[in-house]
Design a protein around this ligand. Structure first.
Ligand SMILES: *[C@@H]1O[C@H](CO)[C@@H](O)[C@H](O)[C@H]1NC(C)=O
Ligand SMILES: *[C@@H]1O[C@H](CO)[C@@H](O)[C@H](O)[C@H]1NC(C)=O
Length: 311
């Protein structure tokens, strides 16, 4: 017995290559210290007014308890059509990450016509340091899409090991009208009202120099125990086939992706949600709807159980 255990050790070390240690365990008010509020104009031209920390606190647009963090849009104000957009939040992590596993445990995500929520990572000098969208969608039209955005010279193989459906295989924003190379998750529970009625779930992103992978597990089952436990280590080898798999085969990940901040934002209308609003089954026009129907944004909020980074 002793001999066989010793003999197994080198192999055990080898397979432990995908084991990561927790470096950031962000829960409750931890979000307030790990992130900064960015009261900036929306580069994607949304009908939004990103507020600072003081306004967020005074209007209760962010709220932390011991075990949850809520981030929401204003759902009380009818907007002046010639004034600023709907108050909302954009948070940027104070730390930057490169190769890492990032896990969002999300209890509720923003829903409603006109909403465009996103959980993503991005570097400076966009798109030269790359962008990874982990959760993104518009107008309640799921399922979720995971997408890379880069400069020229990053494409994805047509055939790869993933459970999602590739939409475009060129990640270059200039070649795709800023679509990037998206992969749609074939699970309605990954987005919007269906995600919320199911109690939310977990989104995970693993970035190495050989690949970027994204997983989603709904609250109702199938989540690996190391993900749901949120403990001090995770082993991505045991997570199974990812929903989205972006290998470095014809995309030099180490040069296309730099140091990334994690961004949490909620915008309205704009380049994507506004452009497809007319075919989304939503009423009126996107900007009019956002201006005139504050109560339609009561459920336009994120509630996080935790955000954990492993390196
Ligand atoms: C908000 O998120 C979307 C989706 O990723 C992004 O394209 C947009 O630039 C963001 N807006 C701001 C101001 O961060
Ligand atoms: C602020 O929002 C939280 C979360 O939705 C809620 O529990 C709390 O009662 C709100 N506080 C006030 C003063 O409205």
């Amino acid at each position: 017995m002793i001999f066989s255990v010793v003999a197994l050790l080198p192999f055990a070390r080898f397979v432990a290559g995908a084991t990561y240690q927790r470096t950031d365990n962000i829960v409750g008010s931890g979000f307030q210290s790990a992130f900064s509020y960015e009261a900036i104009p929306d580069p994607t031209h949304g009908r939004v007014n990103y507020v600072n920390a003081q306004t967020a606190a005074s209007q209760n647009l962010t709220f932390a308890s011991a075990n949850s963090f809520v981030l929401r849009a204003d759902s009380r104000t009818v907007l002046n059509p010639s004034g600023p957009g709907r108050n909302s939040i954009r948070l940027k992590s104070n730390k930057q990450f490169t190769t890492a596993v990032t896990i969002f445990d999300v209890k509720h995500m923003p829903q409603g016509c006109g909403t465009w929520p996103a959980l993503w990572t991005v570097g400076a000098d966009w798109p030269n340091q790359g962008e990874v969208d982990i959760l993104e969608g518009v107008n309640d039209q799921g399922p979720n899409q995971a997408t890379l955005h880069t400069n020229a010279g990053c494409t994805m193989p047509a055939s790869r090991s993933q459970t999602g459906t590739a939409l475009i295989n060129n990640c270059d924003v200039a070649a795709t009208g800023n679509s990037g190379c998206g992969v749609r998750m074939n699970d309605a529970r990954s987005y919007g009202p269906t995600f919320n009625s199911n109690g939310g779930g977990w989104f995970a992103m693993e970035r190495t120099n050989s690949f970027i992978k994204v997983w989603f597990w709904p609250r109702s089952g199938g989540v690996p125990s190391d993900v749901s436990a949120g403990g001090t280590s995770v082993n991505t080898d045991s997570w199974g086939t990812p929903v989205a798999n972006f290998p470095s085969t014809s995309c030099p990940i180490s040069s296309k992706f730099g140091r990334h901040n994690i961004i949490i934002n909620l915008t309205f209308c704009g380049d994507w949600a506004g452009a497809v609003y007319g075919s989304s089954g939503c009423p009126s026009s996107c900007v009019d709807f956002v201006n005139n129907n504050p109560s339609a944004f009561t459920n336009a909020y994120f509630e996080f159980n935790a955000l954990r980074v492993y390196q």
